[in-house]
Design a protein. Structure first.
Length: 376
């Protein structure tokens, strides 16, 4: 079977134009309404490409801005595009033995064995593995599997495909030691703050101070507006209103020195004071006056920390972990930390603190030195 015969029905490997796709969604919505009115299956008139677009861009929220973030959508799109591209380019190597093309659709023609073979090939023989023998990390394979599994599960539950392809994926369990070392305590944070203070880099100093004392995600910091930094008229000081995942807001109090650092950051950038600045302007900007993008902020951290000798890769996200660890050290319970980080599940918060919790809960702490006559 020549899989390339249906290439025209598949998404291009080039990036989708988000504006164009949003307009396309109006047409797809019309198709679903027509099918519903004619008592047909909702996605009867969809192609494979239409289903990908629907999965990526259709919002179940009344206000679309409260659904999946653009950054998450792009990550999902990249994984699905890679899957389609690899299936077209390496169908023989993967073992895509399709004997019959159903309704001119790749998705409807696949079976769980093809999914299992793809997953195994991706982990052991894909181009990335050929270039880097160490291959994908377990955490990366888990992320890729989760995205594709969710996509095919929706296709099956939507009755667009007939085979439960999502059940073809093998489980990828990430153990504690498989995760990158993102542990950072107060001592390391203070060392970094001192470094950027002594090297007269108030921009990096403020970014680190804000991230570690708020536990914000990279994207949350980048999307902050001036109007999101507000005076606390009840207790005094300032707080941030932060828009997190799933369109959920949370309030983050700012320590006095953190608020002062933000004001100094803006002064150095030549920005108007909080009190007089345009409310919808970015709270943090690059030297060109534009808001940071999450990818650019990652680049800034990579550039600055490449100048420092360190045995770990320091990204903005590492300070979110540091917030959890330092909060725990200072006596905050895990539920309070979970709410402060904007996590939906307490299990996610525990992952952030897994190693420090294991140390703190070790039985050795119950031993009394007096029983060992000074030997411990």
């Amino acid at each position: 079977m020549d899989i390339n015969k249906i290439e025209n029905n598949l998404p291009s490997t080039a990036s989708f134009n988000l504006n164009y796709d949003q307009q396309r969604m109006e047409y797809l919505l019309t198709l679903t309404e027509q099918s519903e009115a004619n008592h047909m299956p909702r996605f009867e008139q969809f192609t494979d490409r239409d289903m990908v677009l629907w999965y990526l861009f259709h919002s179940k929220q009344l206000f679309s801005s409260r659904g999946r973030s653009n950054r998450s959508t792009l990550k999902y799109k990249a994984e699905i595009e890679q899957f389609l591209e690899y299936l077209l380019l390496y169908s023989e190597e993967i073992g895509v033995d399709i004997s019959e093309m159903k309704e001119n659709s790749l998705f409807k023609s696949l079976q769980p064995r093809h999914i299992r073979r793809y997953q195994e090939w991706l982990a052991t023989d894909s181009p990335y593995v050929q270039k880097k023998p160490a291959g994908y990390s377990i955490a990366t394979l888990e992320r890729k599997t989760t995205i594709l599994k969710g996509f095919f599960k929706q296709l099956f539950e939507s009755k667009y495909i007939y085979e439960p392809l999502h059940k073809g994926f093998k489980s990828v369990s990430v153990k504690s030691n498989d995760r990158p070392n993102r542990d950072m305590g107060p001592t390391e944070v203070v060392e970094l703050l001192k470094h950027f203070e002594e090297t007269k880099n108030p921009i990096m100093f403020t970014l680190i101070l804000v991230l570690v004392t708020t536990g914000m995600r990279n994207e949350e910091l980048c999307t902050l507006k001036v109007e999101h930094m507000r005076k606390d008229t009840i207790k005094g000081g300032y707080y941030l209103d932060v828009l997190g995942k799933g369109g959920k807001w949370r309030r983050i109090p700012l320590k006095a020195k953190v608020a002062a650092s933000i004001k100094e950051f803006r002064r150095i950038r030549g920005l108007a004071p909080i009190e007089t600045a345009k409310k919808d302007s970015p709270l943090f900007t690059t030297k060109t006056g534009n808001a940071y993008s999450p990818s650019y902020l990652d680049q800034v951290f990579n550039r600055e920390f490449s100048k420092i000798e360190s045995d770990k890769i320091i990204t903005p996200h590492i300070f979110r972990h540091a917030f959890a660890i330092i909060s725990h050290i200072n006596g905050a319970d895990v539920y309070k930390i979970m709410k402060s980080l904007g996590h939906e599940k307490i299990e996610t918060t525990i992952i952030y603190m897994e190693k420090v919790l294991a140390t703190d809960q070790h039985a050795i702490h119950e031993w009394e030195s007096s029983r060992f006559e000074g030997y411990i």
